[in-house]
Design a protein around this ligand. Structure first.
Ligand code: GDP
Ligand code: MG
Length: 595
């Protein structure tokens, strides 16, 4: 145990976490030259393309310093707010963290929010300034920022480059010298912290864990405390580039267990594994059930594909327990599912995977956050869909989820950022200058406002010089009402939204305008209306057009005609028939793209 070091890397996105991790693996000869494929740790295709680490992983390295052999476990953490609970569990499995700051960028919002979590868990922090090879590195300024942030000595900050390898040996020796060995009671009852799980089509669910106390042997009868389910530890081992089976894992070790677990729901990140006989009676602290924070309807474009869509969702859920779904029907869209996601990125990822891995052509409806609705009788209803809202007369109050937001930007953009946050119902909590021209703003804001294009707007008003992170803080009452959209007099349930009363009129008008742009002209006039209850608050019309698209080809050119018809057919695929109106997918997300 005294020669084990468990650590993670915290960094803002693109500051070089994956690249530096690869260098560590290379310098400790964990990967051979031949295996050295860029960014070994990001092994999902989608992760690579998007350059983000979606699921956390762990990897063990051997390292020798002054004749002493050490085992270093790198626990990789996801870098996006949608997955912040997984970050917190990975951090809880470590004793130290590398804090990587891009020397050309300085400290950013995610650097800070992840750092706070690491400090909360008493991790030893090793500050690293990365990308020192770049000519526009600002080492002195960034050093000042780091010192100001964590209160370390200037000498403690390691200057490094994931590209040239500068500083990598210093980082490795700092991991051994500065990060404490894991603590824990080697003779005590078994307690393992699960920090991740993956689905393997041959072996089922594989859980990753750290042994906090005691030891576990192959074949032991173990229990996952959150579910109470018991399993035989068929195989346990450590994570190198591949899984390497072991007979025993001891206090401080990081490893995996394969025990015939069929679905991801049985393995909850943050849960405790113990022995059935002589086990511990308390779970490791900090366990939470992750709850979806964004909901949306997912409908097949062809209603015949409903069962296929269900099968695809079930498969996705096997390895992504944070995805929830339940059948739902919409008068406009037919049969589909109401799905819960951790956040907008998660939603996009699932949508993309449905398309890529399952070839499912789906319509996604306007996302919304979960609402707590209290009835006059004092009941609490969790509403995941605006059309599931009870009659206004029975509602006592509605509460919506709030977040604590951290925004870091250049001082010159403070005015615009504050205006934006105010428009998004934000309340300024704290304003703090990191340096003369960089400021950290803290806001309390409704989550719903973040879901709707907040980040894009923030980026554009700050010309990219703003970073943003948040965590959920609980529910607060809000004056929310349901805004309905009618097409030719028929209310389209999939276009209903719950919004704040103050924004209803403006939003209703803009929705109608946007839909007029997005809904193609058809053979008859289409009336688009926005309504609150029975009251129409806005109206637009899409004028009729003659159907024959070939009419504009002035007779003649047959091949051109055929092309046009094919184009029309293709265009149709992304359309959904709603009553007698054809509505494109884009229209269902119109509310997200209003300016
Ligand atoms: P992550 O999002 O923190 O995992 O960042 P990545 O490791 O994916 O790196 C983001 C980008 O920065 C990639 O294009 C890397 O090639 C580049 N990069 C990472 N480290 C360095 C470095 O030390 N020097 C230079 N010049 N580029 C780097
Ligand atoms: Mg990465």
């Amino acid at each position: 145990m005294k020669n084990i070091r468990n650590f993670c890397i915290i960094a803002h996105i693109d500051h070089g976490k994956s690249t530096l991790a690869d260098r560590l693996l290379e310098y400790t000869a964990t990967v051979s030259e031949r295996q050295a494929q860029a960014q070994v740790l990001d092994d999902m295709e989608l992760e690579r393309e998007r350059g983000i680490t979606i699921k956390s992983h762990a990897i063990q390295m051997d390292y020798e310093l002054n004749g002493e052999k050490y085992v270093l476990n790198l626990i990789d953490t996801p870098g996006h707010v949608d997955f912040s609970y997984e970050v917190s569990r990975s951090i809880a499995a470590c004793e130290g963290a590398l804090l990587i700051v891009d020397s050309t960028q300085g400290i950013q919002a995610q650097t800070i929010s992840n750092l706070y979590q690491a400090i909360e868990h008493d991790l030893h922090i090793i500050p690293v300034m990365n990308k020192m090879d770049l000519p526009n590195a600002m080492p002195d300024e960034v050093e000042d920022q780091i010192i100001d942030l964590i209160g370390c000595d200037r000498e403690e900050i390691i200057r490094a480059s994931g590209k040239t390898g500068e500083g990598v040996h210093d980082i490795l020796s700092a991991i051994v010298d500065r990060i404490p060995a894991p603590q824990g009671d080697e003779k005590g009852p078994l307690q393992c912290l699960i920090f991740d799980s993956v689905f393997n089509s041959f072996r089922g669910i594989i859980a990753y864990f750290k042994v906090v106390n005691g030891e576990v042997h192959k074949g032991d009868l173990v229990k996952f405390m959150a579910t109470g389910k018991e399993y035989d530890a068929d195989e346990i081992g450590v994570l190198r580039l591949d899984m390497e089976p072991r007979k025993v894992l001891r206090t401080g070790d990081v490893g995996y267990i394969i025990s015939g677990i069929k679905t991801s729901k049985e393995v909850k990140v943050g849960d405790t594994i113990t022995h059935v006989k002589g086990g511990c009676d308390k779970r490791i602290e900090g366990f939470e059930e992750v709850k979806p924070m964004v909901f949306a309807g997912v409908y097949p474009i062809e209603s015949d594909d409903y069962e296929d869509l269900r099968a695809s969702m079930e498969k996705l859920q096997l390895n992504d327990a944070s995805l929830t779904f339940e059948p739902e029907s919409s008068a406009a869209l037919g049969f589909g599912f109401r799905c819960g996601f951790l956040g907008m990125l998660h939603l996009e990822i699932i949508q993309e995977r449905l398309d890529r891995e399952f070839d499912m052509n789906v319509i996604t409806t306007v996302p919304n956050v979960p609402y707590n609705v209290y009835t006059k009788k004092g009941e609490l209803l969790e509403v995941h869909n605006p059309s599931g809202l009870p009659e206004p007369t029975v509602i006592d109050r509605i509460e919506e989820p709030y977040i604590h937001a951290q925004i870091i930007t250049k001082s010159e953009f403070i005015g615009q950022v504050m205006t934006l946050c105010l428009a998004k119902r934000g309340e300024l909590q704290k304003q703090h200058y990191l340096t003369a021209d960089r400021v950290e703003l803290n806001y309390s804001m409704p989550l719903a406002e973040i879901v709707f294009d907040f980040y894009d707007k923030l980026k554009s008003i700050s010309k990219g010089y703003a970073s943003f992170d948040y965590y959920a803080t609980g529910f607060k009452p809000a004056k929310l009402i349901k805004l309905d959209i009618l097409l030719n007099g028929e209310s389209v349930d999939a276009l209903s939204t719950l919004i704040h009363f103050d924004n209803a009129y403006t939003l209703g008008r803009r929705m109608c305008e946007k839909l007029r742009e997005l809904i193609p002209r058809q053979q008859f006039d289409i009336a688009i209306q926005a309504a609150i209850g029975a009251k129409i608050i806005a109206r637009e019309t899409v004028k009729a057009v003659r159907k024959d698209v070939t009419a504009k080809c002035y007779g003649g050119d047959i091949s051109r005609k055929r092309k046009l018809l094919e184009k029309q057919k293709k265009g149709k695929k992304r359309m959904k028939q709603v009553g007698n109106v054809e509505v494109p997918q884009k229209a269902f997300l119109a509310v997200l793209k209003l300016d």
